[in-house]
Design a binder for this molecule. Structure first.
Ligand code: ZN
Length: 631
């Protein structure tokens, strides 16, 4: 194990040298540094030819559910490069042209599972542009086309994209690797009165009339980003400003609720800047999506995409926005170079999220989140193959989505908390800010993280190195002995109430006054393994109105208790929850729990048959594997 860490450091030193040499060579045209590690999830050969800018001109056709148009790619190439290799999946390629609109030779190679088809284009003799004319497939995995009935307003259709991890290639023919950063601009034409938003600079206009009942919107992202962060949404969207650089987009019917829930956003950025350094992306807006969005949030730069399930009515679920905002530093400013380094995105961000919550709402609230996170991690690790509980995970030949467990999030955050405890915040915080500065607008590997930590924080302190024990974190399964264990005194009181209730106390006698939502979550997680009777569950639900709560985390935790005890009266609430939102984090455990018993299986099949058309492909791919494609 020590050996593998050493070899990583050696590689980082060689690469750092190569980059310096490359930067000093002034006679060469701009061939940006190649990624350090081959990305097993991309066909690109960036050392030969590399996409540096994507210019999109697309029209959204809602009747056939396709985007159609062209992508003009700017290519940096080595002198002897003959081809540029792009990633595609399901794209219909019409023509490939050079800058003078002369055809270029191209071929689509055979499909590879998970990855799609490499598009190999012969580079033009002159010029650095390649124009791909194409259209997307109606079932493109990145794009969800919603009928009017699937939106809050019920009047207009809706489209949104989700690129992570390797779905951008289903709507843009480019080099779809997080190590290959690209700038982009876009001209998007849609039917009136729909509005387009993207993860880019957006001019404050309602678009330009394009004739035939259509309007065109223009966007520009001048900061190089990994292609998974190129994002689009089209719908009946309204906007409300929240602060000088913050605002919210959503359907008109949800605007007032969303603006009220997100009122702390500007303060949140200020807290994040204290920890991470200046916010570098200009504006920070949030798009609250229709309920089918499969994630809590997606950190698309300048425009976080968020699930409406955060609209609890009491601002109790804003930690999700703290998480997405933190990605403006960890993930977007400094990105994982490959999906095997995903913990660099999510572990840093989860740690950062807890620090923002601590700054805004106090240490007790942050500790509750950390304890809930650790409990999730321990539960999930018990069911994972040991190799998948390592931070540096091997995803070769697999869908990178398989790495999206709580390990990169919570084990990653625990590593940073452990380092913080070992050196103290006086040293840790300046290192963290420095890390974001040193690697700003680059994509890095775990190897480079280790090199940075060694050079800038550990600085030869062998005792400290031994105490942190990096190999045990990165290359060994489970949680190392050195792990910092968060404690929450507020949860001790919760555990006492859980014990009392399980032993027969009435729900009305529980001391729950002034509880934070996280305490309710913890209570319900504690009760899930207790042999409660139907009478106890009825008492709990009628006294505390759990089935009717607007807080999606509490409702989810309650429904898991109900399913564990096969409590029939909660089935209508369960059915409403599973059909009214499509967040994979909520769907997966509930369907899994249901499928474990003869009581639950018919419920799961019936509900999934009705709900499946409303879910995003990201969610159906997961739930098909649990319930079956044709339930
Ligand atoms: Zn995240």
């Amino acid at each position: 194990m020590t050996r593998s860490v050493r070899s990583r450091i050696a590689l980082a030193v060689i690469c750092a040298f190569a980059v310096a040499a490359c930067r000093q060579d002034a006679t060469r045209p701009a061939m940006p540094e190649a990624p350090l590690t081959a990305d097993v999830h991309s066909f690109a050969r960036p050392a030969e030819a590399r996409v540096t800018h994507v210019a999109l001109e697309l029209e959204a056709d809602f009747s056939s559910r396709v985007l159609r148009g062209r992508a003009t790619l700017t290519i940096a190439r080595a002198d002897d490069a003959r081809d540029v290799v792009l990633d595609t999946r399901g794209l219909e390629i019409a023509r490939v042209l050079d800058q003078q609109r002369q055809p270029l030779t191209f071929r689509l190679e055979p499909e590879v599972p998970h990855l799609g088809r490499p598009l190999v284009v012969s580079l033009p003799a002159a010029g650095d542009r390649v124009v791909v004319e194409y259209q997307t497939a109606p079932d493109a995995a990145a794009l969800q086309w919603l009928s009017p009935g699937q939106t809050a307003g019920k009047t207009h259709p809706y489209l949104y994209s989700h690129g992570q991890a390797i779905l951008t290639r289903t709507w843009i023919p480019t080099q779809d690797s997080p190590g290959i950063r690209q700038t982009y601009d876009a001209t998007i034409t849609v039917p009136t009165p729909l509005r387009v938003v993207m993860s880019a600079e957006m001019p404050p206009t309602d678009g330009v009339d394009a004739g035939q009942g259509r309007r065109t919107f223009r966007f520009r992202m001048n900061q190089p980003i990994p292609p998974y962060l190129i994002a689009i949404a089209v719908g009946d969207l309204a906007f409300r400003e929240l602060g000088p650089r913050t605002g919210v987009y959503t359907e008109p019917a949800m605007l007032a609720r969303a603006a009220d829930e997100l009122v702390d956003l500007e303060r949140m950025i200020a807290a994040a800047e204290t920890l991470g350094g200046p916010y570098r992306w200009g504006r920070y807006d949030v798009l609250v999506l229709p309920p089918s969005f499969p994630f809590g949030g997606m950190e698309n730069p300048r425009l976080t995409f968020a699930t409406p399930t955060i609209l609890a009515g009491d601002r109790s679920l804003v930690s999700l926005l703290a998480h997405e905002l933190a990605h403006s530093w960890s993930g977007n400013l400094v990105s994982n170079a490959t999906w095997g380094d995903f913990w660099l995105n999510e572990g840093f961000t989860t740690y950062f999220e807890y620090r923002i919550m601590e700054a805004l709402y106090g240490a007790p609230r942050a500790s509750m989140l950390a304890v809930l996170g650790r409990n999730d991690l321990l539960r999930e690790m018990a069911d994972l193959p040991p190799d998948d509980t390592k931070l540096a995970i091997d995803l070769a030949g697999r869908d990178p989505d398989e790495g999206t467990t709580s390990v990169p999030y919570e084990k990653g955050a625990a590593l940073l908390a452990t380092i913080e405890q070992a050196v103290g915040r006086d040293r840790f915080d300046p290192w963290l800010r420095g890390y974001f500065n040193r690697h700003a607008f680059t994509s890095i590997t775990t190897t480079q993280f280790i090199a940075d930590l060694q050079q800038e924080l550990i600085r030869g302190d062998q005792a400290l190195l031994a105490r942190i024990d990096l190999p045990a974190w990165l290359d060994a399964p489970g949680l190392p002995a050195s792990t910092f264990v968060p404690v929450s005194p507020a949860f001790t009181q919760v555990e006492e109430q859980a014990r009392r209730f399980a032993q027969g106390a009435r729900a009305s006698t529980l001391a729950v006054g002034g509880w934070a939502p996280q305490q309710w979550q913890h209570l319900l997680e504690r009760l899930r393994t207790r042999p409660l009777t139907a009478a106890q569950l009825r008492d709990l639900d009628t006294t505390h109105a759990l089935s009717a709560t607007g807080n999606s985390e509490i409702l989810f935790a309650w429904l898991r208790v109900a399913v564990a005890r096969q409590y029939d009266p909660a089935v209508p609430a369960l059915e409403r929850f599973l059909t009214s939102q499509g967040r994979r984090k909520f769907l997966k455990p509930l369907y899994e729990d249901l499928m474990k018993t003869p009581w639950g299986r018919p419920i799961a099949r019936r509900v999934y048959a009705a709900a499946r058309p409303g879910y995003h492909a990201v969610s159906t791919q997961t739930i098909d594997g649990i319930v079956g494609e044709n339930p």
